[in-house]
Design a protein around this ligand. Structure first.
Ligand code: ATP
Length: 356
């Protein structure tokens, strides 16, 4: 029987709190569903990496992750790292680059018991994760920015047919499993070549999926459409930075950024990672919402089930997801959702629902 080796990178800020909570809930789900074993591989990242190895994403972590089936990535507070680490890719950017995790899937769905400011919504943002305007992802060496003089900087966006084609296929395949609708988000009226290529190639790939309806919006107009009629959207495909911004907005619109999950995948590796950051303003207070990372882990389980053709993992995923949804529907809520539960109290509420 396969024992799934799962990397665990606790990270900075609220990372240790929400990651511990997530592992607890996953273990409870595995015990309840039965038959699946996990081997947790704890690896340094963020401040822990700097303290132990002089690097926020040390080589040992990258080497060990290669031997795992997938991993949980806590958030990092890279803006606070010492100056010598500011010229490198941040830890999640580095892992996306090294493992070519080109696809970042970020769902936003209304949940029972959670106040949405846009009514019903059920959409997925498919974010290209390896190039575009996050210029540090575009380079083998360097961060894709050049300081010409103290007052002049050039930042390079990159768009390639290869990367756009593969993310477009991810989006259209996903739409085929959902409501068969893809919205391409770009800014081709101004950035005519770069996001123009993104739009053109997505449209070309869309022709291979004649059942899927396609439309497109400029990124600025899209923010208004999302607020005005979130229910209208099914799968949204966009470049790296637009996707990052849009998914924070979508997460908050349907309840809280603290609920927003994501998974980063290549053909053969996957990294579960909440859409939010390390939230240093609330770190160490036991008030962070762990749902974003928990639901990201549910996505990882579904991805593993598919990759390893192991239906038992689907049972673990549904057990975990139902426990989270039930706890929210029955009123267990952290402060960002208007509740009073601490991180540990909310986690306990989920574990109790799973054990029922
Ligand atoms: P990054 O650039 O790493 O995504 P950020 O600077 O954009 O990070 P976040 O760390 O995501 O910002 O925090 C944005 C706001 O959302 C903060 O006020 C933070 O407290 C809140 N927040 C983020 N995650 C959570 C969470 N899990 N629970 C509660 N509040 C959260």
């Amino acid at each position: 029987m396969t024992v799934y080796r799962i990397g665990v990178l606790y990270g900075d800020g609220i990372g240790p709190e929400i990651t511990k909570a997530t592992v607890e809930v996953l273990e409870a789900s595995a015990n309840k569903a039965g038959g699946v074993e996990f081997d947790w591989v704890k690896l340094p990242m963020g401040w822990e990496g700097i303290e132990k190895h002089g690097d926020p994403i040390p080589q040992v972590t990258k080497d060990e992750l290669k031997k795992t089936h997938g991993w949980l990535m806590g958030p990092h507070d890279s803006a606070a790292y010492p100056a010598q680490h500011q010229t490198n890719r941040n830890p999640s950017g580095e892992l996306r680059h090294v493992f070519d995790l080109y696809s970042n899937i970020r769902p936003a769905k209304t949940m029972e018991g959670v106040q949405s400011v846009v009514g019903e919504a059920d959409l997925v943002i498919v974010r290209e994760n390896t190039e575009g305007y996050y210029c540090d992802r575009n380079m083998v060496i360097g961060v894709g920015e050049w300081q010409i003089t103290p007052d002049v900087v050039v930042s390079a966006g990159v768009f390639t047919r290869k990367a756009v084609e593969r993310i477009a296929h991810t989006a259209f395949k996903m739409a085929m499993q959902r409501r068969k609708k893809v919205t391409i988000v770009h800014k081709a009226n101004v950035i005519k070549l770069g996001t123009g290529l993104f739009l053109k190639v997505c449209r070309e790939v869309g022709e291979q999926y004649p059942e899927v309806a396609v439309d497109d919006f400029h990124i600025d107009a899209m923010t208004a459409h999302l607020v005005r009629r979130a229910y209208f959207f099914d799968v949204i495909v966009t470049e790296n930075m637009f996707g990052d911004i849009l998914s924070d907005l979508a997460g908050e619109l349907v309840g809280s950024l603290g609920l927003a999950p994501s998974i980063n995948t290549s053909e053969d590796q996957a990294m579960a990672q909440a859409a939010h950051g390390s939230a240093p303003d609330i770190a160490g207070k036991n008030i962070a919402n762990p749902v974003g990372l928990m639901l990201s882990t549910v996505m990882l389980l579904d991805w593993l089930a598919n990759r390893h053709e192991d239906r038992r993992l689907i049972e673990v995923a549904r057990t975990m997801e139902n426990g989270i949804f039930q706890a929210l529907a029955e009123g267990a809520k952290t402060r960002d959702l208007g509740g009073a539960a601490s991180t540990t109290e909310f986690t306990q509420a989920v574990v109790e629902r799973i054990a029922r």
